[in-house]
Design a binder for this molecule. Structure first.
Ligand SMILES: [Zn+2]
Length: 431
């Protein structure tokens, strides 16, 4: 889908090569891959917003990341004119690296040490909403009792030779807390991308399927959940045979399945790895990432650094799921808002004709299906512009602008990332 949308979202002349995989479509002002105006392809959105700061509203600039001296794909400085979020459409067939995004303190430290590798100092909490029939991903630590079950029943763990690993497991099992979990996970992160135990485990799961997990019982271990575990093992075994990332995800993190329209969040410092499916992903404006699994050893970040920073608080999948409700600024009820726990952004899903009251902040919308006519009314000048838009078009809605959405096809869907300083508290994060 990322490729299909990109065909329309990109500048003229961009051609999709059907033999190449395409993973991500970026929308927003991040200097790594900034959006430019369709009406004026040489002008970056950030330059336009620098010229017209009123389009960002009264307080979106308080999230302005200090991109001092940052240059984008052009040569323009991009220190101002930023929307507070980075919005992506992501297509994933092969597991993406196991990763965490550093918090603000660590991001600053890493940036000072290695500005090339860690381009910005912002934190990066994120949300993902499923666009395909289903989506599978690992996120946040499982309840400790479930981790203990893995560590005591999976025979291949006993075959791992590191004595530091085995003794940290014993300590955790006798007293499962965040503090005793951290060293265990760190030892698992140190496993290489070519482990015999991982290969043996993968072969056994391929043969025994759900029965390979018969020692696991209770919450988190239904037959369906075990079926997803088999899928995760087969997927990682195919793309990353022997990669220790399989153990440091499967035995420790929730394996969450989203159905179309369902969303989940990953807090700053939350571990996650996406396996399969299509999502819209929305995060604070940052490109900092620490990768520790499903990636060659030579590309891995320091496991000790990651283990030190990671949030070890356990969650259940239902705690990670985002609630969605009818949006309070919708006039027809055809738009739903996902309640995110972060202050920089939230996301809307528009499914039919609607008109949305103005925000005190910017919005970036992408048409993921159908044909739409979009018109705007910025109130003051009473100027209305209408435009027929096809799948993949990306639309910027400035602060103070009412937007009208008319669906011209039988089905259709639009996703909008936005920030609104005067949003209802349960619609955009903590205040
Ligand atoms: Zn991520």
């Amino acid at each position: 889908m990322a490729a299909r949308l990109t065909k329309n979202a990109s500048e003229e002349g961009f051609k999709v090569n059907p033999k190449e995989p395409y993973a991500e479509l970026w929308m927003g002002t991040h200097p790594t891959n900034p959006t430019s105006l369709r009406s004026s392809p040489d002008t970056l959105l950030s330059s336009h917003l620098t010229q017209h700061p009123e389009l960002l509203g009264t307080s979106a600039s308080k999230f302005r990341p200090p991109f001092d001296g940052a240059k984008g794909s052009g040569t323009e400085d991009q220190t101002t004119g930023h929307v507070p979020f980075l919005f992506k459409v992501l297509t994933c067939k092969q597991a993406l690296p196991l990763q965490i995004h550093p918090n603000k303190d660590l991001a600053k430290k890493l940036h000072e040490e290695d500005p090339e590798k860690y381009p910005d100092v912002n934190h990066k909490p994120e949300i993902a909403v499923c666009l395909s029939g289903s989506f599978l991903g690992f996120a946040s630590f499982r309840p400790y009792a479930q981790i203990v079950q893995f560590l005591t029943t999976i025979p291949e763990i006993k075959a791992l030779s590191s004595s530091a690993l085995q003794s940290s497991i014993e300590t955790f099992i006798s007293n499962p807390t965040g503090d005793t979990l951290r060293p265990v996970w760190e030892e698992f992160l140190k496993l290489s991308d070519n482990e015999d135990s991982v290969k043996a485990f993968t072969e056994r799961v391929k043969k025994e399927r759900e029965d390979a997990f018969e020692g696991l019982v209770g919450e988190g271990f239904s037959l369906k959940e075990k079926g997803n575990m088999v899928k995760a093992v087969v997927n990682s075994g195919h793309y990353y045979p022997g990669d220790g990332g399989l153990f440091s995800t499967l035995f420790f993190l929730n394996l969450v399945e989203l159905k179309k329209g369902e969303g989940m969040y990953v807090g700053a410092d939350g571990p996650h790895a996406w396996l399969d499916g299509e999502i819209v992903e929305l995060m604070a404006i940052s490109d900092n990432v620490l990768n520790v699994g499903f990636t060659p050893d030579s590309d891995k970040d320091d496991p000790s650094l990651v283990a030190k920073t990671v949030t070890c608080a356990p969650k259940t999948p239902s705690e990670l799921i985002l609630k969605s409700t009818e949006f309070s600024k919708s006039s027809t009820g055809k738009t739903t808002v996902y309640s995110t726990p972060f202050e920089e952004f939230s996301i809307l899903r528009i499914e039919g004709d609607d008109s949305l009251k103005a925000f005190d902040g910017p919005g970036v919308a992408v048409i993921t299906s159908g044909q739409w006519v979009i018109s705007e009314n910025d109130g003051e000048a009473k100027s209305v512009s209408a435009s027929a838009e096809d799948t993949g078009s990306v639309w910027f809605i400035g602060a103070g602008t009412e937007s009208k959405w008319e669906r011209k096809s039988v089905e259709g869907e639009v996703w909008m990332a936005f920030y609104d300083a005067d949003a209802k508290k349960d619609e955009v994060g903590k205040k």
